[in-house]
Design a protein around this ligand. Structure first.
Ligand code: TYD
Ligand code: MG
Length: 459
């Protein structure tokens, strides 16, 4: 009998160590190393896993790039524009997609919806988390029926591959990778070596059979994909489902995509009957008020290639306690501090003794610097208690010297603002170059300094 071999794996990043140490040498996290049993199987063990891999033992020879024939497999068209756009235009055959998100955000719902709506494809939905009954109930709730969706309640990869061989599905969904285990490794499901090994098996399956596999993955408290980072390296695409569980909006982003851009974002709305696509997000993210309120401005931002008008709200009040509070939802707190410092130093506003609260409507997180000007104006509007007209929006970055900096794709932002009925947009004067302002009905105000904006807004 062979000796059992064990190794220590960091549960945060997946690094392996021969001995236990308090601090992971790779990611620097404390107390994350756990002993796991490693079972080295013989090479032939795995070869029968799935049919169709014959030439595994042959080593490949180098081929000239120009001699490689391009056998383009058409992408599998998925129902719904949002998922298709985030994936880069449909599912690439043989791709391995990792789909992460916090518990309860709607990962299983979105994947089941995908499985049910792909009516012409045979889909296998493997669940290690829920019973067939529970999935049936969810499917009833979603209300789509199909003849082609198989549900398998199973957690062992060898059994899963047996069923896959029997059914020959054209798309596989694994819910979730943390509940699946392979018999080749003795450690418990969800541990780093299990997750990595199972993912590797699905990777091999996907590449050899050209069947796309979607794996749902959990997210840790810190927001990274639970289990190791190595998973992200292995897969072709990493999708993230984010949003506040208490808000109805959910954002789908690709944080890695070998077959498309990672800039795209999809917006969904969680309803009683599953997730619904939000095709006109700007209209929803802006509240229609009867009268203008102070501390509210509209920013013309970009999410990927899609212009998005977002409401930014600020509340500035005298600090009740000694240290003023700065709090921000949906916007980077450090950037907020920077913008407040610019206002203080360059423009002479005394915000040092004030509490400042920022909120981006709809539970959305914005990283586009084009929101800066709208945010600064919201802060000032709240500080002065002077409302800004509702038909005005902003699209510019604010620099450290208080200069108004240009943003990318200004034409798209202006067009979207005009489409939604805004009458005035503030942009950086550096953005004017090459911009044909005459083609727009909306009034374009070009500014280059913060001071100019104030005089314009508040007189
Ligand atoms: P779920 O897909 O189970 O989340 P995850 O797999 O990411 O953990 O969805 C969980 C939440 O979604 C649950 O709290 C209930 C809600 N929900 C709806 O509001 N409407 C629906 O039609 C469905 C299916 C779920
Ligand atoms: Mg789930």
């Amino acid at each position: 009998m062979s000796k059992t071999k064990t190794s220590y794996f960091c549960q945060n990043c997946g690094a392996q160590a021969a001995k236990w140490v308090g601090k992971c040498h790779s990611c620097g996290e404390w107390n994350t190393l756990v002993e796991e049993i490693v079972h080295k199987e013989t090479k032939n063990d795995r070869l029968q896993l799935f049919s169709g891999n014959k030439n595994n033992q042959q080593s490949n020879k180098p081929v000239l790039l120009q001699e490689i024939g391009l056998t383009e497999y058409p992408r599998i068209q998925v129902p719904g524009q949002e998922l298709a756009r985030v994936l880069g235009g449909g599912v690439v055959p043989g791709s391995l997609v990792l789909f992460g998100g916090e518990p309860g955000i709607g990962k299983s719902t979105l994947m089941l919806q995908l499985a049910l709506r792909l009516k012409n494809l045979k889909v296998l939905y493997v669940s290690g988390e829920e019973s067939e009954q529970q999935i049936k109930m969810r499917a009833e709730r979603i209300g789509v029926t199909t003849q082609n969706c198989f549900i398998l309640q199973e957690t062992n990869t060898q059994n899963i591959f047996t069923q896959i061989n029997a059914i020959q599905p054209q798309l596989v969904v694994i819910d979730s990778i943390q509940t699946i285990h392979t018999s080749y490794i003795d450690s418990s499901p969800g541990s780093v070596s299990q997750v990595r090994e199972c993912a590797a098996e699905f990777l091999r399956f996907a590449k050899e059979t050209n069947v796309p596999v979607f794996m749902i993955g959990h997210i840790t408290k810190e927001g990274s994909l639970a289990g190791p980072k190595v998973l992200e390296h292995m897969v072709d695409t990493v999708l993230q489902f984010e949003g506040d569980r208490n808000h109805i909006y959910r954002l789908l982003r690709a944080t890695k995509n070998r077959f498309g851009s990672t800039n795209e974002m999809g917006i969904y709305e969680m309803n009683g009957d599953g997730l619904k696509e939000v095709l006109n997000p700007s209209e929803i993210l802006i509240t229609n008020r009867k009268e203008a309120t102070s501390g509210v401005t509209i920013a013309a931002t970009l999410e990927g290639n899609r212009p998005l008008l977002i409401e930014t709200q600020a509340l500035v009040s005298t600090a009740a306690y000694g240290t003023p509070q700065r709090s921000s939802t949906g916007f980077d707190l450090r950037r907020l501090s920077m913008l407040l410092a610019v206002l203080e130093k360059r423009c002479g506003f005394r915000l040092g003794a004030k509490d400042v609260f920022i909120n981006i409507a709809g539970g959305i997180k914005v990283e586009d610097p084009g929101i800066d000007l709208a945010l600064v104006c919201a802060v000032l509007s709240s500080n002065e208690d002077l409302p800004i007209a509702q038909n005005v929006c902003f699209a510019a970055e604010v620099g450290l010297t208080g200069e108004i900096r240009p943003v990318n794709r200004i034409e798209q932002r202006i067009s979207e603002a005009q489409k939604l009925g805004f009458e005035k947009i503030y942009i950086s004067s550096y953005n004017l170059k090459g911009l044909d302002t005459k083609q727009y009905k909306i009034e374009i105000v070009a500014v280059s300094k913060m001071e100019q904006v104030f005089t314009h807004l508040f007189g």
